[in-house]
Design a protein around this ligand. Structure first.
Ligand code: FES
Length: 172
């Protein structure tokens, strides 16, 4: 190998080494900047709602808050009344979701399936089945609708992501 060729080869080898080193450094830096996988997934909660029966409510935890999902009873007049405002459809069924925290002073209301209302034991606050505060009781506003998205052909909800239905309810 002539001196020139040897110099070129060494230069290329060093240059290549430097490029690999720079790439490795960039990858390492990116890993440092990227949030941990646990942080990325922490804001999202996927819930399988396929087993919910009509009139049945389930409560899950999302961002350390209780969130209810109610598959509304067919004979609940509030289901149709607040459709598109507080409630949404999946297939033929009407669902409603909300952060299950009383908007008076933050207690957790429980749902009475017979009366179709949420009752807050702290100061007697009441919300109808669509999460709307009942006049004459302490809560000043309806329960908050958390961002959600329908997924998996309507079998699951993802909380923490704003889907079409959520955006419609928020605008109403
Ligand atoms: S905290 Fe619910 S009525 Fe006061």
């Amino acid at each position: 190998m002539s001196d020139n060729k040897r110099r070129d080869f060494i230069g290329m080898a060093l240059g290549g080494g430097a490029a690999i080193g720079a790439t490795a450094t960039l990858i390492a830096m990116k890993k440092t900047w990227d949030p941990l996988p646990s942080v990325v997934s922490a804001g999202f909660t996927t819930v399988d709602i396929s087993a919910l029966k009509e009139g049945e409510l389930m409560t899950i935890e999302w961002r350390k808050k209780p969130v209810y999902i109610l598959r509304m009873a067919k004979n609940d007049p509030d289901a149709q009344k607040y459709l598109g405002k507080r409630n949404f459809k999946i297939g033929d069924s009407i669902y409603t979701v909300g952060v299950q925290v009383c908007t008076h002073l933050g207690c957790i209301p429980s749902y009475d399936g017979e009366k179709r209302e949420f009752i807050c034991a702290c100061h007697g606050g009441k919300f109808n089945s669509s999460g709307i505060n009942e006049p004459g009781t302490p809560p000043p506003t309806p329960m908050t609708i958390p961002p959600f998205k329908i997924t998996d052909g309507g079998k699951k909800l993802i909380f923490g992501e704003a889907g079409e239905e959520y955006n419609q309810l928020i605008k109403a």
